[in-house]
Design a protein around this ligand. Structure first.
Ligand SMILES: *Cc1c(COP(=O)(O)O)cnc(C)c1O
Length: 359
């Protein structure tokens, strides 16, 4: 297992050491804990001038698509897999709308652990499926949605010796706190408002925990208002009851019965924020806006954060952070569905000049 003990292998002068080493004092690891890392975290907090103009605030985008497997899931997975190794796990398993499986497969491979994945049949982006498979996970497509897959994973873990690395694994959420630490470190303070998508609700739970943790440790002097956004067709927390057949173009948050439901409600209530819904049209409009105006290609689920910011607004002049949870390249089919297919022309200068209005 060559990837362990990252701190000794990647001295500071070589740059970022991954979230466990960078934030060791805030996480449940000891000097002897194995560290399975792909040097996740340290993601950019990109100013968003056009979006700022549009909403009358100062908006930053936390580019979580820049993580090793292209989503924020790596922050929790490095801790969950490191702990699985420390505790002598023989295998790991997860249910996934895609990104958890991509991340679990990569970190398990790094640790030399077998990884099993249950995904909802036909409802995960091809890029994510490709990731899980190429990293060597055993993938099964379940004839049901994410909630059904997670139920089976929970039941399975009762009868076979396997570690669940969904966000019901507490280490996932503890690791994901590092997103909040980085935001505060980059801004020098907590933002006024924090916007993010809500699916299984682990990440909003983690960010709120992280912001409070940093405040307690004297690393921040305030807390943001937490704004979580669900897709209209998959908005159980907004409507107040589980949804049997969640439906949304944002497949990463196509979840009808979030495992961390209470964590999300708590974050919204305690911070003076809210959990609200946006339509698929609003999500796709934000997705295109981010690509065209801010040059950021994110997942549809990620654009939900920005759709919510645009729809519900903030106090003028607020400092706002939107977490863009995953990379747009994971789902090229969706991007292609949102643009016009390029025209085919003869291989002649005149034909090209005629079609491009550059003069
Ligand atoms: C997992 C995921 C979400 C939802 O996060 P939760 O912790 O389940 O609420 C949002 N966007 C992307 C890209 C994801 O992979």
């Amino acid at each position: 297992m060559t990837s362990t003990i990252a701190g000794k292998r990647y001295p500071e002068k070589f740059g970022w050491r991954g979230v466990l080493e960078e934030y060791r004092e805030f996480l449940p690891i000891s000097v002897d804990s194995p560290v399975v890392t792909l040097l996740e975290g340290g993601t950019p907090l990109l100013p968003a001038p056009k979006l700022s103009d549009r909403v009358g605030a100062t908006v930053f985008l936390k580019l979580e698509g820049m993580n090793p497997t292209g989503s924020f899931k790596d922050r929790g997975m490095t801790l969950a897999i490191s702990k699985a190794v420390e505790e002598g796990a023989k295998a790991v398993i997860c249910a996934s709308t895609g990104n958890t499986s991509a991340s679990a497969a990569a970190y398990a491979a790094r640790a030399g652990l077998p990884c099993a994945v249950l995904i909802p049949e036909g409802h995960i982006a091809l890029g994510k499926l490709a990731q899980a498979l190429i990293h060597g996970a055993k993938v099964l497509q379940v004839k049901g949605n994410f909630d059904a897959a997670l139920r089976i994973v929970r039941e399975l873990a009762e009868i076979v010796p396997v570690t669940v690395v969904n966000s019901i694994n507490p280490y996932r959420i503890l690791g994901q706190q590092t997103g909040a630490f980085e935001v505060v470190d980059a801004l020098g303070e907590a933002p006024d408002v924090h916007c993010m998508p809500v699916g299984n609700a682990g990440n909003i739970t983690a960010y709120w925990l992280g912001y409070k943790h940093y405040l307690e440790k004297g690393r921040a002097n305030g807390l943001p208002v937490m704004m979580g956004f669900q897709a209209e067709g998959a908005a159980p927390i907004v409507v107040g009851h589980p949804i049997a057949d969640p439906e949304t173009v944002a497949t990463a948050i196509r979840i009808g019965n979030p495992a961390s439901w209470e964590g999300a409600v708590h974050a919204a209530e305690e911070s003076g924020g809210r959990i609200a819904a946006v339509s698929d049209q609003e999500i796709l409009a934000a997705y295109r806006f981010l690509a065209r105006e801010e040059s950021v290609f994110c997942e549809a689920a990620s654009a939900t954060a920005v759709a919510g910011l645009i729809k519900y607004g903030v106090e003028p002049g607020s400092k706002v952070v939107c977490v863009l949870t995953g990379h747009g390249l994971k789902d090229p089919d969706l991007a292609i569905s949102q643009i016009e297919v390029p025209e085919v022309v003869e291989a002649e200068l005149s034909a090209v000049v005629d079609r491009l209005s550059l003069q």
